[in-house]
Write a protein of this length. Structure first.
Lengths: 97, 617
């Protein structure tokens, strides 16, 4: 059985995930509203309750890649002196677990 | 220094997933690298109230497990004799089952809720032992083979088709029986005697080929425990306390049993004491019955026991149920929950106030300097009409939601700033400048007593890692003793007279320094060097979170320990600087773009929440 469920859901703020959720299942947020959720009953229920759209890992990774690529393009377009705001570090690729 | 390894004999393991949770790992500590959490196994033992029986009684026979138990017969004075009533327990409530064909109390019992066995017992107002056996199929009792020796107050254990009965008494009382009989589903066969004949046991456990009996009346109260191998009895280690009139029904196995309640002497003293047998030794449990009880029905296992009915001091007979649970669980060290999203996504911002009364100000949106000010009420952010006099990012912040201070930073394009601004809950007002202009600095303290330290103090694109520390008295900044390690994008906690500085860059810094109001001293470093993180708390109880990389770490005044990371990894985030180690607030930051996300940290509720479902007395 896969360790994680992948999906997209909009972080609506307070109550979107609770401390109890964090204790009940693995949960990590990534660019593009991508969420990696522990593959247990509570995790699956959480994604469904948040009107999440389940994705394959490849689909989720593609969304994150696109977000990172956009961030890199935005960073590349910044004036040199503004790049210092991010320690002069261009956004790097993110690999989903 | 004593280490975990010195104390436990193990080193803290680095594991990608939790180990099997059992007694062999109880008390161990490990780091779950997937969850980013330091975990341990702690055992919680407690009795808690279950659903009441429908019929008040004592000396009922019991069998089954905690969530599917059977209680049959018993006695409820001034009834002229035993009861026929049978009840089935679901783990929550008792429901009526089929009645016994022969009313009785003090019988032996074995089996399960759907395949039960009741044998012997007393069947009239005048104690007269019976040899009758009945078998239960989940709804109806039918006659089984009679025992060879009529008796009551015996020990019973095993299953419906392979049970054993030992000891007890027959008429006329108090003749003690040592005899053991085995049931094969059809008939009883006499086996070897107990070494210590007795009746009204403290309790019993196990199966026909591996049984255990303990305590009882010989006459005289005993703590003697004997183990049965299907052929003969062997004395093993005794209980810590001599007890009798305990339970009717096996609880556990020959290698893991429970003794609870009963009487400790021939006097009316009824106990709530619980003892746990591990196959070798009895240990007095930290858990005790909610109500001291004797002559109870019982079922279940060593880790999930059940008591129902029985005799108590007042009133004399009860219908109450108690459940014993010995649960191994791993307490989380805290958890992050989502908070309301910022109205303006941004990073390199500053914050003040607390988790439920926070303030966010300044930052960079990805395209512009921000002077936006937002207040947080523990649920949502509200954009305030007041904007900073100078929109800026990588600034320092201090104070509360309604009395904040902003200082330093940078307003792009342009050099680093020395200017400061004061917020009164309504508007920002320019105040005296820092002595050293800088950005990417840290700030802590109050609006009238703040501290600024570290940062980058040269004009872009040069980097000079500053050690400069300045103290604010509400009117002006004064240069005080410098930090030992120059750094920027660092975090801080505490106040003007007792502060902590940690992390930063570049490259990533793990060093931690403690400020005593006069000077900085190096103390133990973060476990993970990180840049652009956030922090809050006090000099002796701080929290570091976010950054790159982004584990959460907790400072206990001496060492940092790792806790679960923020849900969304990000750097250059803001924090409510007067938040605590237990209740922190992180907001904004950078994660392939400016973030609006807020997360609220709560420490300590996991263990309390788990334990609160159980009640100890």
């Amino acid at each position: 059985m896969a360790l994680f469920i992948y999906g997209t859901a909009t972080n609506t703020g307070k109550g979107f995930f609770t401390a109890e959720d964090r204790r009940a299942f693995f949960l990590r947020g990534f660019p593009g509203d991508v969420w990696v959720v522990g593959n247990n009953e509570k995790g699956a229920l959480w994604l469904a309750e948040k009107n999440g759209v389940e994705k394959t890992k490849a689909e989720a990774q593609a969304i994150v890649d696109a977000e990172v690529a956009a961030a890199q393009a935005a960073w590349d377009a910044l004036p040199e002196e503004q790049k210092t705001n991010l320690n002069s570090q261009r956004p790097t690729a993110i690999t989903l677990p | 220094m004593t280490t975990y390894s010195d104390i436990r004999g193990y080193r803290v393991k680095y594991l990608s997933s939790d180990p099997t949770l059992n007694t062999s790992t109880e008390g161990q500590v490990w780091y779950n690298s997937t969850e980013g959490v330091l975990k341990s196994l702690v055992q919680i033992k407690a009795w808690s109230a279950g659903g009441n029986m429908n019929t008040t009684r004592y000396e009922a026979g019991g069998c089954g497990i905690q969530t599917a138990a059977l209680g049959a017969g018993g006695y409820n004075p001034p009834s002229p004799g035993g009861l026929t009533a049978t009840e089935e327990y679901s783990g929550y409530t008792w429901a009526a089952g089929g009645n016994l064909g022969n009313a009785r109390y003090g019988a032996g019992s074995a089996g399960t809720q759907t395949a039960g066995l009741l044998f012997g017992g007393a069947n009239a107002g005048t104690p007269i032992g019976t040899n009758v056996t009945e078998e239960y199929d989940g709804s109806t009792w039918t006659a089984g083979g009679n025992m060879n020796t009529a008796r009551y107050y015996m020990a019973g254990f095993g299953i419906q088709t392979a049970a054993a009965g030992a000891g007890g008494t027959d008429f006329p009382s108090p003749t003690i029986v040592s005899e053991t009989e085995e049931y094969d589903g059809t008939s009883w066969t006499i086996s070897n005697n107990l070494n210590t004949g007795r009746k009204q046991f403290s309790g019993m456990a196990g199966i026909q080929t591996a049984g255990l009996v303990f305590g009882g009346d010989t006459p005289g109260v005993t703590a003697v425990t004997e183990a049965y191998d299907g052929t003969s009895w062997t004395a093993v280690n005794s209980m810590n306390t001599s007890k009798w009139q305990g339970t009717f029904g096996a609880v556990g196995t020959a290698t893991g049993a429970l003794s609870f309640g009963g009487r400790t002497s021939p006097s009316p003293t009824i106990t709530s004491e619980t003892e746990e047998y591990d196959g070798s030794t009895w240990n007095i449990s930290s858990a005790t019955l909610g109500t001291s009880t004797r002559n109870m029905g019982a079922a279940g296992s060593k880790s999930a026991g059940l008591k129902f009915g029985g005799s108590v001091v007042t009133p004399a007979v009860t219908n109450s149920t108690e459940e014993f649970n010995s649960t191994i669980y791993s307490p989380a060290t805290g958890a992050w929950a989502s908070g309301g999203n910022l109205n303006t996504s941004r990073f390199t911002l500053a914050g003040s106030g607390t988790q439920t009364a926070g303030l966010a100000f300044g930052g960079f949106t990805g395209t512009a300097n921000s002077g936006a000010t937002e207040s947080y009420d523990g649920s949502s952010w509200a954009t305030l009409p007041a904007t900073m006099g100078t929109a800026r990012y990588s600034l320092g912040g201090a104070g509360t939601q309604t009395a904040a201070l902003a200082f330093g930073g940078r307003s792009s394009p342009g050099p680093q700033l020395a200017s400061s601004e004061s917020f009164n809950g309504t508007s920002w007002t320019a105040t005296s400048n820092l002595g050293t202009s800088r950005y990417r600095l840290a700030g802590i303290g109050a609006q009238t007593a703040a501290l600024a330290f570290g940062g980058n103090s040269t004009v872009f694109p040069s980097i000079t890692l500053s050690t400069a520390t300045e103290s604010w008295n509400g009117t002006s900044w004064t240069s005080v003793n410098s930090m030992n390690t120059g750094r920027m994008n660092l975090s801080g906690a505490g106040d003007q007279t007792a502060a902590l500085a940690f992390g930063g860059g570049a490259p990533n810094v793990a060093a931690t320094e403690s400020w005593d109001g006069t000077s900085w001293a190096s103390v133990n470093s973060l476990n993970t060097a990180r840049n652009a993180s956030a922090g809050s708390g006090t000099q002796t109880a701080a929290i570091s979170f976010g950054g790159n990389p982004n584990p959460t770490e907790l400072w206990d005044g001496t060492n940092w320990s790792t806790a679960t990371p923020t849900t969304t990894a990000r750097s250059f985030l803001g924090a409510a600087i007067q938040g605590t180690q237990n209740l922190a607030l992180g907001f904004g930051g950078y994660a392939a773009g400016a973030s609006a996300a807020t997360e609220e940290w709560t420490l300590g509720s996991s263990a309390a929440g788990t334990a609160s479902t159980l009640t100890t007395s």
